[in-house]
Structures are given as structure tokens and as C-alpha cells.
Design a protein around this ligand. Structure first.
Ligand SMILES: Nc1ncnc2c1ncn2[C@@H]1O[C@H](COP(=O)(O)OP(=O)(O)OP(=O)(O)O)[C@@H](O)[C@H]1O
Length: 260
């Protein structure tokens, strides 16, 4: 079942063609890798998928059952359609605690009204209590419970990356976008991330799309890979197909890819 479809999507910034006529289809439950040289358009595609940028042309169709298109969707609405993300440069609330960061992630999905919040009606407290419990559960799953009262800025780099993923999951997404999750991680943390990504796919019943330059991670966990160059989608296929694709080897991977 398709959960996300992109048709002839383009984004120009003045004369720069960041994304050009990209079409792709993502199936439920897949782990997808987006790879390509710096400036190839990968993050711009994420920004289009999350409503940060409006497409110059083309369309994005989320969750085909609901027939939601990008045209009039703002980022908070896209969250409601089930997309959450992390950022290349970690964007946590650095001076807030670990627990508060996760609680902020629930905010977009909360069901109580302004009236019940203002008058502190029972529905407000009920939602607040279950949100708090769910936040603690997420912290347990991510092995961060003992750090719940620490400020985000005091966590190790690997913990900050995991906290950012936990916060994204609080919005209960169907599709999780990870922008260079292994950036800045040491080999041990990258290995743990490898297992973490597969574990969250199973545990949270997710479809995952990740941008990554660490080829061992991409080749190990992705079922399909899309390769970008100068804004164009130049190849797609399984890790094995991509590793053997002459054009991709020449433009990006290099001969060592064959040993991955
Ligand atoms: N807001 C913007 N304004 C102008 N140009 C932009 C903007 N965002 C991206 N670009 C340009 O679009 C092109 C694609 O950039 P993008 O960040 O999407 O590449 P990328 O594949 O994610 O690169 P990296 O791997 O380095 O993160 C680049 O030429 C970049 O300079």
C-alpha cells in the first residue's frame, strides 16, 4: 500500500533548480534511503514533504486514502497527516529538560480544546495525564528515563539525536523523515542507530525515509535507495542494484561501494 506519492515535483530558488521533476512512490513499512552529493536536493525534498517549502510545480499526495495534497497544507497540517521529521542540525529545545522536549512533541496531536484548557476542565487533566504517561513510556523505550530531568543541551550527541527521534515519534507519525541521523556519531553510536531505526520501524509501525552519507548504514538498513544529483532523481533500486549502478558509482559512491 502506497503511503506517499510524489509527482513531477520541482522547487526552484530563483535560478537554482534544487529539485527537478522528481516522481517517487513509497510503500507502507519501507525504510528508504535518499543519497547523493552535497547540494543534490535531498533536504529540499524533505522541506517540500514537510510543508516548509511550497513546490514550484508538481504535487505530493500523502496517505492516499485521505487524498491529502500539498497545495494548501502548512507544516502543522502535514503533521496531522502523519509526517514527522528530525533535522540535519539537531533542533531540540536545548534549555528544556529531556521530558519537556518529548512533551512538546505531543503538543500537535492533543485533543482538548482552548475552552477546556482555559477552564481546566476534566478533559484537560485527563489528556495531560495520559500524555505525561506516554512521554515517560517513550523515554523508557529510548533508554532516556534516568535523564528525564536533565537539560537537553547536557546530553551526549548520540542521546540528543535519539531524543530528537523520540520527540518526533510523540506526534504519532506514520512516516518518519530522518535527516542525516548518523552525522557526528562515532562508529559505536552509528551501529546502535542501525538497530534503533529497524526497531522503531517495527515497534511504531512506521515508514522511514532517511537522508544519509554513511553508506554502510544506508546499505545495511534500507530496502530501497533513491539517488539524487543536481536536483534530479538519477537512480533508484535495492542496495545491491545501487552499488552496481555505473552512473551512481561514478557520480557518488566510488569503487569502494562495491565492498559495502
Ligand atoms: N532556501 C534556499 N534558498 C536558496 N537556495 C537553496 C535553499 N535551500 C537549498 N538551496 C539550494 O538548493 C540546492 C540543493 O540543496 P539541498 O540542501 O537540498 O541539498 P542536499 O542534497 O540536502 O545537500 P547536503 O547533503 O549537503 O545536505 C543547493 O544548491 C542549495 O544551495
Amino acid at each position: 500500500m502506497s503511503v506517499l506519492k510524489v509527482n513531477n515535483l520541482s522547487k526552484n530558488f530563483g535560478g537554482i533548480k534544487a529539485v527537478t521533476e522528481v516522481s517517487l512512490n513509497i510503500e507502507k513499512g519501507e525504510i528508504i534511503g535518499l543519497i547523493g552529493p552535497n547540494g543534490a536536493g535531498k533536504t529540499t525534498l524533505f522541506n517540500l514533504l514537510t510543508g516548509i517549502y511550497t513546490p514550484t510545480s508538481g504535487e505530493i499526495i500523502y496517505d492516499l486514502d485521505k487524498k491529502a495534497y500539498t497545495k494548501d497544507l502548512k507544516p502543522h497540517k502535514i503533521t496531522h497527516y502523519g509526517i514527522a521529521r528530525t533535522f540535519q542540525n539537531i533542533r531540540l529545545f536545548q534549555n528544556m529538560t529531556v521530558l519537556d522536549n518529548v512533551l512538546m512533541g505531543f503538543h500537535s496531536g492533543l485533543k482538548y480544546s482552548i475552552v477546556s484548557t482555559f477552564f481546566r476542565l476534566p478533559s484537560y487533566y485527563k489528556t495531560e495525564k495520559s500524555t505525561y504517561d506516554e512521554a515517560l513510556e517513550l523515554l523508557i523505550k529510548f533508554n532516556l528515563l534516568d535523564k528525564k530531568n536533565e537539560l537537553a543541551k547536557n546530553l551526549s550527541y548520540g542521546d540528543q539525536r535519539r531524543l530528537e527521534i523520540a520527540r518526533a515519534l510523540a506526534a504519532k507519525p506514520k512516516i518518519l523523515l530522518l535527516d542525516e541521523p548518523a552525522a557526528g556519531m562515532n562508529p559505536k553510536e552509528t551501529k546502535e542507530l542501525n538497530f534503533l531505526i529497524q526497531w522503531i520501524r517495527e515497534t511504531f509501525d512506521l515508514t522511514i525515509i532517511l537522508i544519509e552519507h554513511d553508506m554502510s548504514l544506508v546499505m545495511n538498513i534500507c530496502e530501497r535507495i533513491f539517488v539524487f544529483d543536481y536536483g534530479h532523481l538519477v537512480a533508484s533500486g535495492t542496495p545491491l542494484e545501487i552499488q552496481r549502478n555505473e552512473r551512481v558509482i561514478k557520480a557518488y559512491l566510488g569503487e569502494e561501494a562495491l565492498q559495502c
